[in-house]
Structures are given as structure tokens and as C-alpha cells.
Design a protein around this ligand. Structure first.
Ligand code: PBG
Length: 353
């Protein structure tokens, strides 16, 4: 064996003549100090990229932390004005609301009740901080006793479909009622998340005929059947009592189908698109951005992605500030304009340091 150390560029040590083997291109020149690095930074992350999720629940003086999501709480209405002020003070422009109803049933009646929890929360937040945008999640799963995102086939309704199948068109009627009732309560944007066929067209028509033609739809256009929603299902108590969501949410293996889903939602009148989850699907974010450059694109950095970071940080295995800013920057670099994230308040504070 030759024991001499590997010599990469021996020329400099041995010659004083022409040194053709040295690089003329040196990317490190622009990394020399923080000022240079800032000047050539391609992706800028800012608090106004964020949408902060809020879980709202009935009761008084409730602020219950989610076990698997440290720093994230379920809030009762009386606590919301203060929390809305805090969020707005961080420079975060919007919240997205998820409601925990007082009672569940097979349709989810509270979902479109004028005094439903999301409707109450919307009014309180808009009263307290009118400039904070309220986005509402439009889905059935938190409201139904079976935990599914739609009305289920009983076997009699559709003998040719399996028992327990999420019925598409019957569910659309409910989604329209929910979206209109959120708009009536003062929601600025509605965000249907059920991955049902035709949901955007149905909601658009419903909003328009109720004179809410000015309310935009942020469609969860490409939402995968993901294991990363686990902690959310504890937070919003919306886990399916049986089965899964694979007959409507997308197969994680599919990318071309993501473009088909997005194209359908664009055709149906979506104002903004979304990819969810974010981190395992950065390629989908990039492709959606490239194929639909004319629409704003959101990415949902979901509960399981948050929980992984928090757990590792709590063990001292990761520097939370560094990894959170890095992963949010990555989501934005992949092509997202907006990021729905539980890290929003922390990240906004770190960005302002
Ligand atoms: C459905 C909905 C879910 C999430 C947002 N909206 C749950 C699901 O589809 O099972 C998950 C968000 C997260 O994990 O942070 N209403």
C-alpha cells in the first residue's frame, strides 16, 4: 500500500509558476461573511408567509395543551381575542380554524350551525382583530360521530358501493352549507380539506348564490393519505372510528395524479392551491408551482412534522430554531408562497431577532 496522503492539488506547494489546477470559480467567495450571504440569499422567509392553525373548543377558560404537540393548545372562545392579538403582533397575517363540537352525529350538524364553535370563534377573532384573516377548514371529520370526512353509505343508499364508503355528492351538499355558514360568520377564506370530487365547484356555486362571490377558496387540492396527521387527530378529535381515508385522500406514491387534482381544482374555481403534508412532498410542491404558476400555493407543514421536531428538540437532539427555520425555508424554496405551520409564532419571533 502507498501510505502517502492523498494530494489533491500539489501544485501550489511545489511550484511558483502558472497554477492552472486552481479553481477560478470559487462559490465560497460569496459566503465569506453574513453580509455577502444575505445579499445573495435566494429565498426569504418572513412572518407574513405563515398561517397559524387554531383549535377551538366549547367551554370557559380552556387552554389545553396537545400531548403530542407541545406549545399547541385547544382554546375556548373567551381566550381567543387575546390569542388573536398575540398572533397578529408577531406579524402573522392569518389563522386557520379547526373546531371541536359539543356533540357529534352522523352528519355533523354543528358544522353549519350559526352558533357552532368555528362560527363563534370567527366572530370573536374578527371583532377583536379585524385585520387578522380567518381561514376556516371545511370538512366533516371533526363533527361526525364516525370521524369520517363525509356522509357514509349505509348499504341501502348505494347497494353497489361498500358499507361505510364516503358518499361524494351527498357530502357536497353538507360542505356547501358549512362554507356558507363560515362566510356568514365572517370568515375571510374557506378551505375545503376533504378531497371529495367536485368540492370546489360546489362550494363556489354555493357561496356565489349566497352573495359571497368575494370569498376566496383555498383548496386542499393535493392532500395525501398520510401517517403524519396522527397528532392532529388527537388535537381535533377527528380520527376515523374505523377504516381510513384512502378512498378520497391521495396515495403517497403518486405525483402525476397530484397535477390532475390541482388542474381540476383550478378549473372548478379554486383561488389558491395547497399541497399537504409538506416535507415528504417537496417535489409535489415544486411541480405544482411549475405547472400552475398563476395561482398562489400553500403548503401544510402538518402535525406529525411538527411533533417530530418538537420531540427531537426536547431531547436535545436538534437545535429547534435552526431546523425549524431550515425546514420552513426548504418548503418555501420548493415553491410554496404560504405555509400553514404550528411553528408560526416561534418562527416569526426568531425571524425578527
Ligand atoms: C381534515 C384535516 C386534517 C388535517 C387538516 N384538516 C386531518 C385529516 O385529514 O385526517 C391534518 C392537519 C395536521 O395534521 O396538522 N379536517
Amino acid at each position: 500500500m502507498d501510505a502517502r496522503p492523498l494530494s489533491v492539488t500539489p501544485a501550489r506547494a511545489n511550484h511558483s509558476g502558472p497554477q492552472a489546477s486552481f479553481p477560478t470559480a470559487r462559490p465560497r467567495r460569496l459566503r465569506l461573511n453574513p453580509q455577502l450571504r444575505a445579499m445573495v440569499r435566494e429565498t426569504q422567509l418572513a412572518p407574513d408567509d405563515f398561517i397559524y392553525p387554531l383549535f377551538v373548543t366549547h367551554g370557559q377558560d380552556v387552554q389545553t395543551e396537545i400531548n403530542s404537540m407541545p406549545g399547541v393548545f385547544q382554546w375556548s372562545p373567551d381566550k381567543l381575542a387575546r390569542e388573536a392579538e398575540t398572533i397578529a403582533a408577531f406579524g402573522i397575517p392569518a389563522v386557520i380554524l379547526f373546531g371541536l363540537p359539543a356533540e357529534k352525529d352522523s352528519i355533523g350538524l354543528e358544522n353549519f350551525a350559526p352558533d357552532g364553535i368555528v362560527q363563534q370563534a370567527t366572530r370573536i377573532i374578527k371583532d377583536a382583530v379585524p385585520e387578522l384573516l380567518v381561514v376556516t377548514d371545511v370538512c366533516l371529520c371533526e363533527y361526525t360521530d364516525h370521524g369520517h370526512c363525509g356522509i357514509l353509505n349505509t348499504g341501502e343508499a348505494h347497494t353497489h358501493l361498500p358499507e361505510g364508503y364516503v358518499l361524494n355528492d351527498e357530502t357536497l351538499d353538507v360542505l356547501v352549507k358549512v362554507a356558507v355558514s363560515h362566510a356568514e360568520a365572517g370568515a375571510d377564506i374557506v378551505a375545503p380539506s376533504g378531497m371529495l370530487d367536485g368540492m370546489v365547484a360546489a362550494i363556489r356555486a354555493g357561496l356565489d348564490s349566497a352573495r359571497f362571490e368575494h370569498i376566496p377558496i383555498l383548496s386542499y387540492s393535493t392532500k395525501y393519505a398520510s401517517g403524519f396527521y396522527g397528532p392532529f387527530r388527537e388535537a381535533a378529535q377527528g380520527a376515523p372510528k374505523f377504516g381510513d381515508r384512502k378512498t378520497h385522500q391521495m396515495d403517497p406514491a403518486n405525483a402525476r395524479e397530484a397535477l390532475r387534482e390541482a388542474a381540476l381544482d383550478v378549473a372548478e374555481g379554486a383561488d389558491m392551491l395547497m399541497v399537504k403534508p409538506a416535507l415528504p412532498y417537496l417535489d409535489i410542491i415544486r411541480q405544482t408551482r411549475d405547472h400552475f404558476p398563476e395561482l398562489p400555493l400553500a403548503a401544510y407543514n402538518v402535525s406529525g412534522e411538527y411533533a417530530m421536531v418538537k420531540a427531537a428538540a426536547a431531547n436535545g437532539w436538534l437545535d429547534e430554531e435552526r431546523v425549524v427555520l431550515e425546514l420552513l425555508t426548504g418548503i418555501k424554496r420548493a415553491g410554496a408562497d404560504l405555509i400553514i405551520t404550528y411553528h408560526a409564532k416561534d418562527a416569526a419571533a426568531w425571524l425578527r431577532k
